[in-house]
Design a protein around this ligand. Structure first.
Ligand SMILES: C[S@@+](CC[C@H](N)C(=O)[O-])C[C@H]1O[C@@H](n2cnc3c(N)ncnc32)[C@H](O)[C@@H]1O
Length: 207
């Protein structure tokens, strides 16, 4: 199959990307781990003993970091529509987050235990058509926010990947209603050309 211009650019960037090299050298599953590390270094969101849910976890960079930070007293539940190789200290569920049964399965797993941090790096398969990709990305973020509202402990946090464009302002407004602090982060490892941002919503106001 002929490579498209954007897939060629992706391959070129991937093989010359310093974060990809560093991830391989350090045994991380993905370059995405550096985004979480940078946010965590600044905002201290991961602490020993926490219960963390990682949505869109594969191949597992964020889960690796979360498991290391929460330690043996903590718990990391990771979910992805794709399979993920097992990681020590991480409970993995392969499921589509847009299906209602998935929410029930997660709630069942949690058995009412309060979650301290929900993080979502979920991104739809990019078609390249903004009119298609943008609403899909916002929909995943909306679902992650709804889930966070159901499971977060009072004062819990939500770290959410969001795409700038239609629907962004509306979801920011919703986040401000549910959380006391809402900050926007663009870590260095997030490509400048990508419309992705990370929103860190802290101190859940409760249900
Ligand atoms: C950018 S990657 C996540 C990288 C991950 N944070 C890491 O550190 O390795 C986005 C993930 O979202 C997942 N995803 C997209 N749509 C999903 C859905 N409906 N349900 C569950 N996962 C989904 C994709 O399969 C993909 O693995």
């Amino acid at each position: 199959m002929a490579r498209t211009k954007s897939s060629e650019r992706w391959l070129r960037e991937h093989f010359t990307d310093p974060y990809v090299k560093q991830a391989q050298q350090k045994g991380y599953r993905s370059r995405a781990v550096f985004k979480l590390q940078e946010i965590n270094a600044r905002d201290r969101i991961l602490k020993p003993g926490m219960t963390v849910v990682d949505l869109g976890a594969a191949p597992g960079g964020w889960s690796q970091e979360a498991a290391k930070c929460v330690g043996s007293r903590g718990r990391v539940i990771a979910l992805d529509i794709l399979p993920m190789e097992p990681l020590p200290g991480v409970e993995f569920m392969q499921a589509d987050f847009t299906e209602t049964g998935t929410l029930d399965a997660l709630l069942h797993d949690l058995k009412g235990a309060p979650v301290h941090l929900v993080m979502s790096d979920m991104a739809p398969n990019i078609s390249g058509m903004k009119a298609v990709d943008q609403p899909r990305g916002i929909y995943l973020a909306e679902l992650a926010l709804d889930f966070a509202r159901r499971v977060l402990a009072p004062d819990g946090d939500l770290l959410l990947k969001l795409f700038q464009g239609a629907g962004f302002t509306a979801i920011m407004k919703e986040l401000r209603l549910s959380f006391r602090q809402v900050k926007v982060r663009k870590p260095r490892a997030s490509r400048a050309r990508s419309p992705e941002l990370y929103v860190l919503a802290r101190n859940f106001r409760g249900r």
